[in-house]
Design a protein around this ligand. Structure first.
Ligand SMILES: NC(=O)c1ccc[n+]([C@@H]2O[C@H](COP(=O)([O-])OP(=O)(O)OC[C@H]3O[C@@H](n4cnc5c(N)ncnc54)[C@H](OP(=O)(O)O)[C@@H]3O)[C@@H](O)[C@H]2O)c1
Length: 248
């Protein structure tokens, strides 16, 4: 039986849980070959086993996106194994909310390193290959937080605004290489994301909000599928979506 994404090779960072995991499973179900990158290799290997048991093709590569060599290794492995990269989903991310005067500067650094530099390293790793192919699709994950700044969300929001700026610059620069670029900005989705907040006040506020409003991660996977399954001359540049119950 043929599927709509047969022969498409998709690299996903942050594929060990949440949005990345849901997308790996969903796109594999549509025939794509998935190369999963994140730090928790065992988690990814069990996702690979599930995909293979369903007749799909996938591979996990331990990757810390704050290390550009490791991100390059992830992409190089995809090319060595499968010959090309059709979609690069720069999804790995960290959200650690706190007011600026709490001075959680290590957390600011981590969010900048993972959310901004990790996205840039993903672009750097894949761009030469996509230029050679004269085709490809880079999808970067921003957020509603990339459209609105909230108290205690300042640095996280800044990283997600940066992802949108980087993506729009990329969009304008890669026309000569026939590349597509998409920004996906979800609202509250039920994943491990809020579990990394160490500030008690911010954690209580965010977790309460997620409990009341968050929707499942397959909403994101369907948005990715919508973007990647368009005809080659259609470039879905930005998708912003929220749970219906989310007011902000
Ligand atoms: N959930 C939401 O409400 C929501 C809303 C808007 C945007 N987003 C964005 O969606 C993306 C995915 O988040 P999620 O909601 O799916 O949360 P999640 O379940 O916490 O997943 C985050 C993923 O990023 C990976 N990651 C974190 N640090 C990494 C590093 N240094 N190197 C490689 N991978 C790393 C994690 O894997 P390892 O720990 O195994 O490395 C995990 O796979 C993030 O960019 C987030 O900002 C989420």
């Amino acid at each position: 039986m043929s599927h709509s994404l047969d022969n498409q090779v998709v690299v996903i960072t942050g594929a060990s849980s949440g949005l990345g995991e849901a997308t790996a499973r969903h796109l594999a179900g549509h025939g794509a070959t998935i190369v999963l990158g994140a730090r928790r290799l065992e988690r990814m290997q069990s996702i690979v086993s599930d995909i293979e048991a369903d007749g799909g093709r996938a591979l996990a590569v331990a990757t810390d996106v704050t290390d550009r060599q490791q991100v390059q290794h992830l992409v190089d492995t995809a090319v060595a194994e499968y010959g090309r990269v059709d979609v690069m989903l720069n999804n790995a991310g960290l959200m650690q909310q706190s007011a600026l005067d709490k001075l959680k500067i290590d957390e600011w650094d981590n969010m900048i390193d993972i959310n901004i530099k990790g996205t840039l390293y993903g672009i750097a790793a894949v761009l030469p290959q996509m230029q050679k192919q004269e085709s490809g699709h880079v999808i970067n994950v921003s957020s509603v937080a990339g459209h609105k700044v909230t108290p205690a969300g300042t640095v996280y929001c800044a990283t997600k605004y940066a992802v949108r700026a980087i993506s729009e610059g990329l969009r304008q620069e890669v026309k000569d290489y026939n590349l597509r670029t998409t920004i996906i900005s979800p609202g509250a989705i039920d994943t491990e994301l809020p579990s990394h907040i160490t500030d008690a006040e911010a954690s209580e506020a965010i977790n309460g909000f997620y409990e009341s409003a968050a929707i499942p991660a397959d909403s994101f996977a369907r948005a990715v599928y919508f973007a990647v399954s368009q005809p080659g001359d259609v470039d879905i540049n930005e998708i912003l979506y929220r749970p219906t119950a989310q007011p902000l």
